[in-house]
Design a protein around this ligand. Structure first.
Ligand SMILES: [Ca+2]
Ligand SMILES: [Ca+2]
Ligand SMILES: [Ca+2]
Length: 194
């Protein structure tokens, strides 16, 4: 009788042991990744721990891929200049929404290049500015010479640099008061911050 009880106890212990081993094997693996919301590749809320792999976006170039052909905010079909050179002469400025200073102002490094409305204007980054998870504001103006005429707003807009980042570009749309759209693209390289 003792022998029989002993066999039963051993059998039950083996079943419990095997069940416990199976349960442990089925526990999900912890998933690592970049847990920093300031990284364009951040996976906040989707991973179990930050594995130190975060890369960050540093601006290499600013682009205006298109802008309105005419200054419709000043009246339908109004040219950007008088009579000649009627394409817009671009001035692009970008800053953090709450900042007072523009961290990029194309006029200081590139002058006011005249660009056809459906051509891409490119401005190399003058400083390696790091994009972070916050709201940015940008303005695009057409330069005009005082005292004849002052600058005209082509478009302005706001965007979150991380929310709008994909495959090496932050893309944002801006508008003028007539509803005409303009596209801003900010090219960035991904690298570590040490
Ligand atoms: Ca012009
Ligand atoms: Ca102009
Ligand atoms: Ca003007």
């Amino acid at each position: 009788m003792i022998h029989k009880n002993f066999v039963w106890i051993v059998a039950i212990m083996m079943v419990v042991f095997l069940f416990d081993a199976c349960r442990k094997n089925q526990e999900p693996l912890k998933v690592g990744g970049c847990g920093d919301a300031n990284s364009p590749e951040g996976q906040v809320g989707l991973i179990d721990y930050d594995d130190g792999s975060c890369l960050y976006g540093f601006i290499t170039e600013y682009q205006i891929t298109y802008h309105p052909q005419f200054d419709n905010a000043a009246g339908t079909g109004v040219d950007w200049d008088f009579a000649t050179n009627t394409d817009a002469d671009l001035i692009l400025r970008i800053k953090q929404d709450t900042a007072s200073d523009w961290f990029f102002n194309s006029e200081s490094g590139f002058g006011t290049p005249e660009i056809q409305h459906n051509d891409t204007a490119r401005f190399s980054a003058l400083t390696e500015y790091q994009l972070v998870n916050t709201s940015y504001r940008w303005d695009l103006y057409d330069h005009d010479p005082l005292p004849l005429d002052d600058n005209d707003l082509i478009s302005s807009g706001t965007f979150n640099a991380i929310a709008n980042a994909s495959d090496g570009y932050v893309t944002a749309k801006g508008f003028n008061s007539a509803g005409d759209s303009t596209e801003l693209r900010i090219k960035y390289d991904l690298r570590k911050v040490y």
